[in-house]
Ligand binder design. Sequence first.
Ligand code: GDP
Ligand code: GDP
Ligand code: MG
Length: 315
Amino acid sequence: MSFLDKIGFTKLRNGLTKTKDDLFGRINRLVNAKKTIDDEFLNELEEIFLSSDIGYDTVETLISNIKERAKTDKYETDDELNKLIRDEVMKIFAVSTSAFKSYDFEHHKKPFVIMVVGVNGVGKTTSIGKLAHNFKKAGKSVLIGSADTFRAAANEQLEIWAKRAGVDIIQNPKTGDPASVAYDTIKAAQSRNADVAIIDTAGRLHNKSHLMEELKKIQRVMQKVIPDTPDEIFIVIDATTGQNGLNQVKEFSNALGKVTGIILTKLDGTAKGGIVVKINNEMKIPVRFIGVGEQIDDLQVFDSEDFVNALFGDK
Ligand code: GDP
Ligand code: GDP
Ligand code: MG
């Protein structure tokens, strides 16, 4: 592991402190106290998983897998018992093959276009700043489009992030038409031969059909420049909102017909980080990135192995 990767892992672990202390602190205490996988142990373990927002169906599978495992596998020390549980948590993550193993991904075309959607205040603009920073660091040229024309301050906020990331921004503070800014961004990305273009959009409630129509229009207008654009539509979800976040994913993907990935933010602010497991298992849409703080380097490529290791305090 490189030096930078290690810093990344430390940040991940620190960002997940609340969930780690709660979820795995409790598992550790249970393991210490009981030492044996019996019904009482499984009941308590089930309760711990449920309280961490892992989700009922996933917890059921997890518990029955651990029960089966306990029939055949020996576990003599606390460490072995802990490892058994960790292995099963690791397994339960749907394995999602992704271009986003890192920010230095192979893109099949240029510009690679990412549109970012979600409700208000979930962290869209912040995540775009962080994405841009990471792509830039990986040697990509990045252009950001400010298609949140709804709020006057939105341009300014995105401009600050663009500056921090050291990338260019396309904006038009005079227009109220987000599709036109998206159009300009794709045009500019083409003519500047940019690697990646990221489009910010205004927050909107998923049950407002005219606002969903507006998103589709942004898509259509970009497709006038490049058919099949955008390559990715990321929905941003605030990890502290629990079940509501899952509903948002469902509604946005129904309305748009396509959402390709989830950016799960504010994991540092919740002890219910188990929501990642739930989203991975219940949604057919993979978690691509996770936000573990407000700083520019607090967005991480989601890696289930690192995630579970960070929670169990390994490495
Ligand atoms: P938008 O309305 O979806 O564009 O949300 P913003 O990007 O403006 O973010 C709303 C608030 O959430 C800001 O105060 C951000 O600093 C904060 N935020 C975004 N991502 C994270 C995160 O991963 N962790 C924490 N703690 N705060 C975050
Ligand atoms: P209402 O009063 O219940 O109809 O809702 P609002 O007008 O307060 O809008 C709720 C949220 O939807 C706002 O905070 C905006 O982010 C978003 N919104 C409302 N109208 C528009 C619009 O025309 N364009 C965009 N992009 N967002 C809008
Ligand atoms: Mg925003």
